[in-house]
Each structure stands twice: as structure tokens, then as C-alpha cells.
Ligand binder design. Structure first.
Ligand code: SAH
Ligand code: SF4
Ligand code: F3S
Length: 452
């Protein structure tokens, strides 16, 4: 029996798919390269913006003929759209068999047919959308994508209710995993040879809330840091309001914590930040940036921006442009505001024209493109530590890896004069290793380096 799995959305969803794949693998399934070879298809969905939702609906529309061609095929929809739309999805896509939310991926274990035929055949129109209160204490099997870097969930859900955001409705209230479970998982990863871990949560800085043990995020980092074999630790995402001086000191003091933080600012206007319910002013955000930069020299800071939030005037938008110029992020993700069901921003009075949003988005992207390039350019000639991940996607003669500041560096494993077979054997021996590279050239989205 084979499963086919397609994933939309954020890192958390990609990692959830590793858990879904883990459950299939444990149940004796193989992975189908092609959808038409599959006995079970799972679409793991994202609902963050309207566009993401539309993409999933087109995909689900295409599955109708797959089911027609193979009536035994079973189709499951997972993730944030399944959670939010629930049973109404069966009306729109009657050939879908099973819906399960991000808060009870373990329910898949009971639903999938067991290859030996001893298990029950999976039933149709079944839902597992309640938020399983035990979910955060479960250890699920995980089939990981890579062998060098791994994701580790430390918390689920979000309590922040930013006015634009659907996540608190799809992923539920914040729940932290017990620190012992997290450390066991990381210990196992270290024993398997993983070198880098990224701790995942919608708001990692509030780790520990509601846990019976007395621990906060910096404390957790200290415990994890003691697991030997893990060379690099990263985490996403941090909420600016909850970024404490204690966390910055921890970042400074623990050598395996990488010098990079993703700290979404969303807007440079205090009026908009308040309407967004973000819980900080631009000045407070800037103070945190200054503290980060003064205590951790060379730290890379990336961010998220939303343009065209309801009520955003030209002047508000100008504050965002000024913020980008003042802060000089290493990189950003920028989005046009998108109306999401259930969210508070829906009822705000002044929604912005699509054409204005598009214009603002391209202004943001333009200015950031120059700033990112400037940041990359400043690294030319520097010698940086890179964790080698594998062959470069764009040029198979090169290897690729990331700096501690999370910048992509492509490089030749050997000088070009050595013959091809020598090169490829020395290439594979570098994978998973930390090496020193000299940065030769800055590109827009990556760096070109050479082995020192
Ligand atoms: N938990 C993280 C990430 C949430 S989703 C955080 O709090 O930062 C990632 C990004 O998507 C957000 O930072 C925000 O910039 C963007 N986003 C979320 N909802 C959106 C919406 N309705 N329209 C446009 N962008 C949105
Ligand atoms: Fe959404 Fe805000 Fe929670 Fe991030 S912190 S997931 S933007 S509600
Ligand atoms: Fe999308 Fe859900 Fe992640 S809405 S961005 S998959 S938390």
C-alpha cells in the first residue's frame, strides 16, 4: 500500500506532514512518487491567506477524477483548512473521506487501512477535528525530510489573536510540550547524526505557559543546549512583545544558538499595530532590535510585513517604509492583507483597494531587495562557518549550506580542476559538516563561497 502526501503552508505544516508520513511508514505504507500510484492521498492544507486556500481548492477539485479512476482510493484532508471548514468540505468535495486537524494528527493511526488487511477498511466522511487535549503530550513517529537539519515542535497553537490571523482558530490555544519529551527527541536526533535543530511554535517565546513544570523558553534553551552532538539551534517564531532581555542574554551566551532571529514587525505604524492587536509600539520594537544588535554583534534579523491592513493610510504605509529603511532587515516576507473568516479585522471599517495593496507590496519588496543585497554584499571577503546540507538545487556541481545567520551559500566542494568522480566523493563527505567558507560574491538571494 502506498500513500501520497502534498503539503501547503508554513514550516509547522511541513513538519506536521513529517508526522503524517511517520504514521504511514509505521503502518507499513510506502511513499508513492506519483499520485496515481497511491492508495491513500493526504492533502495537508493552509488557510493563512485567501490565495493559499484557493490553491488547495483547485487541488481538491482535481482529485475528483482520481477517485473516479480508482474507486478504492481514499482521500484525507488535513491541516488548517480542514480544521476551519470542517464538515462543510464534504459538501463541496463529497469524494473526500476523512478530515483531521493539526491538533489530532494521531487520529490518522486509527483511520488508515492496515496493509495486511487485518485492520478495518477506512471509513468515509469521518472527522477528527476536536482539539485532542492530550496531543501535546504524544510522541508521534516522524519521517524526516533531511539528515542534517531537523524540526522539533515545542508548542502548539497560539493565544495572541492578532486581528488578521486565522491561526488561533485553526491551531487552538497554546499548549507546550513537556521539556522532557522535547529533550528526548533531540537526544535521539543527535544520536542519529543530526547537526541542527529548529524549535517550532507560533510564539516560542511564551513556551512554558500552562505547563505544570516551572520553565520558560530561555530555560528550555539551556537544557537543550546541553545535548551533545547538536551543533546549531534555531527557533521560529518569536513574538516581539514576548522577547525578553533574558532570552537575548541566553542567545548571546549559548554558543550553539545561531545568530539569527525572525521577529515579525508587521507594520511601522503604531495606529495599525494597535488595530492589529500586536501588543507593542514601533518604538518598543525598535528598542528590542537595538538590544539584539548591541548584545549580539552580527545577528541577522528577518521579519514579516503586512501591507494594506484595514485603515492603513498612505501615512501609515510610509511609516512601514521608514521602518524598513531604519532597521535594515536581512530579509523579509511581505504580504497583502487578506480577509480571513472569524478574525477581528473583518469588521474594521475601511478596507483597502486591491490595487493599492499591490502597489504598496511592490514598493516594500523593491526597497527590501536593495537592503538585502546590501547586507549580502557586506559579507564579501568574510570567512564564515557553513553547515553543508547537500547538492545545490540550481547547480548540481555545487554544494549548498547555510551560515549561522541563516544565509544560503553555494560553493564547489573542490577546485574545478580535480576530476568529476573525486569531486563527487569529496562532496558527499562534506554533507553534515561545519566548514569555513570564504564569501566570494553576494547574489540577491544567496552567497557564492569557496572552501578555505
Ligand atoms: N506565528 C507567526 C507566524 C504567523 S503566519 C507570527 O506570529 O509571526 C506568518 C505571517 O503571515 C505573519 O507573520 C503575517 O505577516 C502573515 N499573515 C498572517 N495572516 C495574514 C493575513 N490575513 N493577511 C496577510 N498576511 C497574513
Ligand atoms: Fe497569528 Fe499573531 Fe499568533 Fe502569529 S502571533 S500565529 S500572527 S495570531
Ligand atoms: Fe497556514 Fe496553518 Fe501554518 S494557516 S501558515 S498552515 S499554521
Amino acid at each position: 500500500m502506498k500513500y501520497y502526501l502534498k503539503t501547503y503552508g508554513c514550516q509547522m505544516n511541513v513538519h506536521d506532514s513529517e508526522k503524517i508520513a511517520g504514521i504511514f511508514t509505521e503502518s507499513g505504507y510506502g511513499q508513492a512518487e506519483d499520485m496515481k500510484d497511491a492508495d491513500v492521498i493526504v492533502i495537508n492544507t493552509c488557510s493563512i491567506r485567501q490565495k493559499a486556500e484557493q490553491k488547495v481548492y483547485s487541488e481538491l477539485g482535481r482529485l475528483k477524477s482520481a477517485k473516479k479512476n480508482n474507486p478504492h482510493l481514499k482521500i484525507a484532508v488535513a491541516g488548517c483548512i480542514a480544521q476551519q471548514k470542517g464538515n462543510t468540505l464534504f459538501k463541496k468535495f463529497p469524494y473526500v473521506d476523512f478530515l483531521f486537524g493539526p491538533g489530532n494528527i494521531d487520529s490518522l493511526q486509527k483511520w488508515i487501512p492496515v496493509p495486511s488487511g487485518t485492520g478495518q477498511a477506512c471509513k468515509t466522511h469521518i472527522t477528527a477535528l476536536h482539539n485532542n487535549p492530550e496531543y501535546h503530550t504524544k510522541t508521534l513517529p516522524i519521517k524526516r525530510e533531511g539528515q542534517v537539519k531537523a524540526w522539533v515542535s515545542i508548542m502548539y497553537g497560539c493565544d495572541n489573536f492578532c486581528a488578521y490571523c486565522v491561526v488561533p482558530y485553526t491551531r487552538g490555544r497554546e499548549r507546550s510540550r513537556p521539556s522532557k519529551d522535547i529533550c528526548n527527541e533531540i537526544q535521539n536526533l543527535a544520536e542519529q547524526g543530526y547537526k541542527e535543530i529548529t524549535l517550532l511554535g507560533q510564539n516560542v517565546n511564551s513556551y512554558g505557559k500552562y505547563l505544570s513544570e516551572s520553565i520558560d523558553f530561555p530555560d528550555l534553551l539551556k537544557v537543550i543546549h546541553d545535548v551533545t552532538g547538536i551543533e546549531r539551534i534555531r527557533f521560529v517564531t518569536s513574538h516581539p512583545r514576548d522577547l525578553s532581555q533574558k532570552l537575548i542574554e541566553t542567545l548571546r551566551d549559548l554558543p550553539s544558538l545561531c545568530e539569527h532571529i525572525h521577529l515579525p514587525v508587521q507594520s511601522g505604524s503604531d495606529k495599525i499595530l494597535s488595530l492589529m492587536n500586536r501588543g507593542y509600539t514601533y518604538k518598543q520594537y525598535l528598542e528590542k532590535i537595538e538590544m539584539l544588535r548591541s548584545m549580539i554583534p552580527g545577528i541577522a534579523i528577518t521579519s514579516d510585513i503586512i501591507v494594506g491592513f484595514p485603515g492603513e493610510t498612505d501615512e501609515d504605509f510610509q511609516h512601514t517604509m521608514n521602518a524598513l529603511q531604519e532597521i535594515e532587515f536581512d530579509g523579509i516576507f511581505a504580504f497583502k492583507y487578506s480577509q480571513r473568516p472569524d478574525t477581528a479585522a473583518l469588521s474594521l471599517p475601511v478596507h483597502i483597494d486591491e490595487s493599492v495593496k499591490s502597489q504598496r507590496l511592490s514598493m516594500v519588496l523593491n526597497i527590501q531587495e536593495q537592503l538585502t543585497y546590501k547586507k549580502n554584499k557586506a559579507l564579501e571577503g568574510k570567512i564564515l562557518e557553513v553547515l553543508v546540507e547537500g547538492p545545490s538545487e540550481t547547480d548540481s556541481d555545487k554544494l549548498t549550506g547555510r551560515t549561522r545567520s541563516n544565509k544560503i551559500v553555494n560553493f564547489y566542494a573542490e577546485n574545478k580542476s580535480s576530476n568529476r568522480s573525486n569531486r563527487s566523493s569529496s562532496s558527499s563527505s562534506l554533507i553534515g559538516r561545519l566548514i569555513q567558507l570564504k564569501i566570494l560574491e553576494a547574489k540577491q538571494h544567496s552567497l557564492l563561497g569557496e572552501v578555505v
